[in-house]
Design a protein. Sequence first.
Length: 121
Amino acid sequence: MMVLSALRPDASLAEFLVHRARSASFQRLSIDVAAGIAGSSAALWWRPSGWLVVTSVALVFFAYGGWGLADRARSSKTAQEHRVLRGSMETVCALFGATGLLAAAALLYGVWAIALGTWIS
């Protein structure tokens, strides 16, 4: 049985997200992936005002859930025994992490662009 320890009070954002993803249920992470795919697809299809922000938020959820699921697969007993499977799961985790970072940067950029508005013309 796996026991998760409590998070340090001075934990970074990355440590907080890793702890939260590892303590979330498989169903919750799957819902995050599905909601991310549905939200980003809907935002790209309809293109509402502020579509970059909506798409970025959806992609953050997608990357978070995908990383959590890939991390579970990476730490499973089967992946521990097979080097190729473990290496591919580490690559998938890195891709989801990069997707999450880029989506968070796009979210900050989109919020900044909306806040700036037409101040600069």
